[in-house]
Design a protein around this ligand. Structure first.
Ligand SMILES: [Zn+2]
Length: 242
């Protein structure tokens, strides 16, 4: 169990406690996590800054990153997983050729982007959806993406790659809305010299109107179901759990 609580605006200790409590209620158990410890802790991202900083230094030294001074407008989503409706916009590469990188010895104060290899094809075999293919580059599927925000928060893409490697994750199961993120993360894994895990992207669970479930849409939460008197078994049946 990993608590992805990097965004200070959206992460509160009581949310993490409620999540753990709801999952326990549902009958889900784990052998490592913020509540029980384990060999690869800490398990809350907010306590793992040293790992991300070390990776930032290595990537910067290797010439994979550059500082970006573009407006905050496109940054709102960077610390959380992008989704199908608002995948990180393709960055046009405005700051790519800046020559002042040496002025920034710490990540804070400017945005840091990963320089993607222009028009390189990124492919992987998804365990559920089969062969996947993305093209990196400004005119293709994704541009130079954020790895660290100006307000000193490591971006989702960087944090999960570092944690997956450090926690010896061998299989990543997540929603199909993150297929393009996987292509970005494969580039990060290669730059850092980490082993590539296997990926299984599953269809999203949707609400009655066909809209993806999301906290910001006030979607039906486990807590909500629990309070309405439904049993854990009924929730698992609704979700198609075998
Ligand atoms: Zn820029």
């Amino acid at each position: 169990m990993r608590n992805e609580d990097l965004d200070p605006q959206r992460s509160r200790a009581e949310f993490a406690l409620a999540m753990i409590e709801d999952l326990h209620w549902l009958g889900i158990r784990w052998s490592e996590g913020p509540d029980c410890g384990g060999p690869y802790g800490p398990y809350s991202q907010s306590e793992r800054r040293a790992h991300y900083l070390e990776a930032w230094r290595r990537l910067r030294k290797g010439g994979f990153l550059y500082p970006c001074v573009c407006s905050r407008r496109d940054l709102a989503q960077a610390a959380s997983a992008p989704n199908e409706a608002d995948d990180e916009p393709v960055y046009p590469g405005t700051c790519r050729e800046r020559k002042d990188m040496d002025e920034f010895t710490e990540p804070a104060g400017v945005n840091w982007r990963f320089r993607v290899p222009e028009s390189e094809v990124v492919e992987f075999a998804d365990l559920n959806l089969g062969r996947q293919r993305c093209v990196a580059g400004t005119n293709f599927d994704f541009g130079d993406f954020l790895v660290w925000r100006r307000d000193d928060v490591p971006a989702y893409q960087l944090a999960v790659v570092i944690d997956d490697a450090a926690m010896r994750i061998t299989e990543v199961v997540r929603g199909a809305d993150l297929l393009k993120s996987t292509a970005r993360q494969l580039l990060l894994l290669r730059a850092l010299g980490y082993a590539v895990p296997e990926y299984f992207h599953c269809d999203l669970v949707r609400g009655v109107a066909g809209v993806r479930l999301a906290k910001r849409h006030d979607a039906l939460s486990i807590r909500h179901l629990r309070e309405s008197g439904i049993t854990p078994q009924q929730v698992l049946e609704m979700a198609g759990w075998p």
